[in-house]
Design a protein around this ligand. Structure first.
Ligand code: FE2
Length: 374
């Protein structure tokens, strides 16, 4: 059953790891130049900075994309034996780093190391004529890392080593900020990683869904939602549960060759406009059965949006005691059924759309059937 646990923000003095938000998400991709244009054209990101051969990097190329408060970095290798190439060969394109903005990188490393974090990059200062950025990282599930970034006073676009690039989106799509980032981990590993976020990063458990909440005839998963002390950062963690056939989480783990980031949810202030624009650009979304909408008004009551538009665009609605939310999920962003995006608009609700899980799973199972993986 669903268990909401009280996740009151600890007093500032007790929060040993104050995080100011998500600084950026770095993807390792096969072809960063083309991926940058994919996210620019389909999702409305500006390309604001780059590095590569022309900036003196002989090993890799990266592009920095921004929209609202969302910042993506796309990185490709320039040779077959580079770490980025190895990652992409194994996992496909995917998320390598989720970076936190902090005031004190050294303290963030010291506090997390003391609590058991594996440090993968010691605190390092990057410098150019526009100032300094201090950076370090620790590992988390799969091959994903968390990076700590302190960029106070830095006047450049991203970090030293990048040069500005001004390639605006044709039209922004209204994506405003990162709402949550979901990790898929192996069967039996969810509690380990939930404890890791609690003990090493000082997160608290916000919600717990068991397979009773989230199951259909075939698919089942368990999920714990961890959030940081300020409540700004939310990381649900999923693991597969026993179903009659292969669950969507197992399918992800099989095609990703291990744990990794399953989806990134981004907020918008006008989901109808955002989804209409994304659809026009060619973004494909999961479609729930039309019968979902027949009982919707009864289930969620009155909402500000026009129900006919919600239905036409395939947007999902859920309500809890705090309010309601609107959400929709894209199809996977590449040929492997791995990473996808969620677009979410919150009207009070701090939940994750548990009331939509059943309808969604039926839809996902239909897609799995088409892929021959169910
Ligand atoms: Fe989500």
């Amino acid at each position: 059953m669903t268990q909401a646990t009280s996740a009151k923000a600890p007093a500032a003095a007790q929060d040993f790891l104050p995080l100011d938000g998500i600084d950026h998400i770095e993807f390792y991709v096969g072809n960063a130049l083309q991926a940058a244009q994919y996210y620019r054209h389909l999702f409305g990101f500006d390309i604001v900075a780059r590095r590569g051969l022309e900036t003196g990097d002989r090993e890799k190329a990266s592009y920095v994309l921004e929209q609202g408060k969302v910042r993506f970095v796309l990185t490709s290798a320039l040779s077959p034996d580079h770490e980025v190439a190895r990652f992409c060969n194994l996992h496909g394109d995917g998320v390598k780093a989720v970076a936190f903005r902090v005031k004190d990188v050294d303290k963030s490393i010291a506090e997390t190391r003391k609590r058991g974090a594996t440090v993968v990059q010691q605190p390092t200062t990057l410098k150019d004529e526009r100032g300094e950025v201090r950076i370090a990282s620790i590992r988390t599930y799969g091959e994903v890392i968390h990076r700590f970034v302190s960029r106070e006073g830095y006047k450049g676009e991203f970090v030293p080593g990048f040069e500005p690039m001004s390639m605006k989106a044709l039209k922004p799509t209204g994506l405003a900020s990162v709402d949550h980032i979901v990790g898929n981990v192996e069967l039996g590993a969810m509690n380990h990683w939930a404890s890791y976020y609690a003990n090493v990063l000082g997160f608290q458990q916000l919600l717990h869904f068991t397979d009773d909440d989230i199951s259909t005839e075939y698919s089942a998963l368990m999920s714990k939602v961890m959030q940081n002390g300020t409540g700004k950062i939310k990381f649900p963690l999923n693991e597969p549960a026993e179903g009659k056939k292969k669950s969507q989480i197992e399918e992800y783990l099989d095609f990703n060759y291990g744990p990794g980031v399953q989806h990134i949810a981004m907020t918008t202030g006008d989901i109808c406009e955002t989804v209409r624009t994304l659809r026009d650009r060619g973004v494909r979304f999961l479609r729930v059965p039309d019968t979902y909408y027949d009982a919707l008004s009864e289930r969620v009551g009155k909402i500000d949006e026009d129900m006919a538009t919600i239905r036409e665009l395939g947007i999902l609605v859920d309500r809890d005691e705090d309010g309601y939310l609107l959400q929709i999920f894209t199809q996977p962003l590449e040929d492997r059924p791995t990473l996808f995006f969620e677009v979410i608009e919150r009207h009070g609700s701090r939940g994750f759309g548990v009331g939509n899980f059943k309808a969604l799973f039926v839809s996902i199972e239909e897609e799995q059937r088409r892929r021959g993986t169910l």
